[in-house]
Design a binder for this molecule. Structure first.
Ligand SMILES: Cc1ncc(COP(=O)(O)O)c(C=O)c1O
Length: 463
């Protein structure tokens, strides 16, 4: 679909101009687009080709704050931030920190004592509540999560880990020892209502809950059922993101995590919060997503936004770590001087958490108006700049997901109008994900809203 003005039967809603940017990117003089695609098809793993998002791919050359430029010099508003990873702005802070560290010391091993790792661990610990003060640095979120599971099993001497449904499956066994329980998704799940979640926008489902949330009670029953039927009486851990990321910004009922943590601890398990996407102020109301649920995890895993794009991860825990130190575990690059200097430079950029709150709330409130206007926008949810817009065939009739080809058409159209967003969710990628660098402005948000409105309007007319 090409959503040109001429394709519309009626005049498009006001389409705003892209906000100005006073940065001039360098002229691109590198490899041709055709050559890059040829190498991608021939020499990169087929998964790389599979995740090439667009029919007409975007060839990125340069980034500055919330902006990206392609090799032809076209500017994009980046609302996906390399999957919620560029936290404070493209090349912001990290470039200067990296330049300085690259001239001093790029790598050594943490067998030796060097300042950047200690400076960073002290800073990170000072941003976490007691007793979460013991840090192990890794290079990615996957490493951090693997390590967290290993630590939980060593500490509890139990094996089973509870996670949520929503992951993709291969035809072979993976995730040994992990049991999926029902994801308490108040939009798509069997229960949900109009007060369930901690978001400026609720679902359009109805409920009459007065004191307690009935949907929450049902989902907690499901968790109890899992304990009763699917795992031994003692477990190692419960693993949950405060807001599901790749799953499509799915939010649970407000008290779900608090009650789940209690049930897990009664069975000897540790509670692990995956803050890989929700950490570092993105949810607006708090610096960490778990604080929005009023819980205190035993282990927190971090990555993505931690290095504003530089590969890094962390496991933060308590003296639980002492059991782990009885053996020997070594990570060559984890806590390397370059990563630590970069992470130190971005950890708490002034005003960005508040900006996430303000711009994110504005975006969600305005998106909710579009949801009320268009039947294919099923749900708008999230907190701060961790936003999901779930698309359906027709929300008056059902919550059947909008087919992938329709999602792809709208997605391509938004991109052609100069905005990059993400996609997620289990059923054919039915949720648009908006997780920009936290420096975006109200004007950027208004520009996105006008583009999104026009894309949906165009889609509806062509349907
Ligand atoms: C919530 C969450 N945890 C962990 C990971 C894995 O992180 P990494 O890709 O750095 O290994 C991801 C990646 O998308 C994620 O979204």
């Amino acid at each position: 679909m090409s959503c040109q003005k001429s394709a519309l039967k009626t005049a498009p809603a006001d389409l705003l101009e892209m906000p100005p940017c006073n940065f001039t990117p360098q002229e691109y003089k590198g490899m041709s687009k055709e050559r890059m695609m040829e190498i991608r098809r021939t020499n990169c793993h087929p998964m790389t080709m599979k995740v090439t998002y667009y029919k007409k791919p975007v060839y990125i050359h340069q980034g500055h704050m919330q902006w990206l430029w392609d090799v032809d010099g076209k500017r994009y508003l980046d609302l996906f931030a390399g999957v919620a990873t560029v936290s404070v702005g493209h090349c912001h802070k990290v470039t200067a920190a990296a330049e300085q560290q690259l001239r001093t010391l790029v790598h050594t091993t943490n067998i030796y004592v060097y300042p950047p790792i200690h400076e960073y661990c002290e800073k990170l610990a000072s941003n976490l509540p007691d007793p979460l003060k013991v840090i192990y640095l890794t290079n990615s979120g996957s490493e951090a999560n693997d390590l967290a599971m290993c630590m939980a099993r060593l500490y509890t001497r139990n094996f089973d880990i509870i996670t949520f449904q929503q992951a993709y499956k291969y035809p072979v066994a993976i995730g040994l020892g992990c049991t999926n329980t029902m994801c308490p998704d108040v939009f798509r799940g069997p229960w949900g209502g109009s007060h369930c979640r901690d978001s400026p926008v609720q679902t359009t489902r109805k409920c009459n809950c007065a004191q307690s949330c009935v949907a929450n009670e049902h989902y907690i029953e499901q968790l109890k059922e899992t304990f009763l039927t699917s795992v031994p009486s003692r477990i190692a851990a419960f693993f949950a993101e405060p807001i599901q990321g790749v799953g499509g910004a799915v939010q649970y009922p407000k008290h779900f995590l608090k009650e789940a943590y209690k049930l897990v601890r009664e069975r000897g398990g540790l509670c692990i919060a995956d803050e890989v996407q929700t950490g570092f102020g993105r949810t607006g109301s708090h610096f960490w997503g778990f604080q929005g649920h009023d819980v205190l995890p035993d282990i927190v895993t971090l990555a993505k936004g931690i290095g504003n794009g530089f590969p890094m991860g962390a496991v933060v825990t308590t003296r639980i770590a002492d059991t782990f130190a009885q053996g020997v575990h070594f990570n060559t690059f984890g806590g390397n001087p370059l990563a630590c200097s970069i992470a130190s430079s971005t950890i708490k950029e002034e005003g960005l958490q508040q900006n996430s709150l303000e711009v994110g709330t504005y975006l969600m409130m305005e998106l909710a108006k579009l949801r009320d206007k268009y039947d294919i926008i099923g749900d708008v949810r999230g907190k701060g700049l961790q936003i999901g817009v779930e698309m359906v065939r027709d929300k008056q009739a059902s919550r059947v997901p909008l087919p992938p080809e329709d999602m792809a058409a709208i997605f391509e159209d938004i991109k052609d109008m100069g905005i990059l967003v993400g996609k997620g969710g289990l059923y054919g990628q039915q949720t648009f994900r908006i997780k920009p660098p936290m420096c975006i402005t109200m004007a950027d948000a208004a520009f996105f809203l006008s583009v999104f409105n026009k894309s949906i309007q165009c889609f509806m007319e062509k349907r």
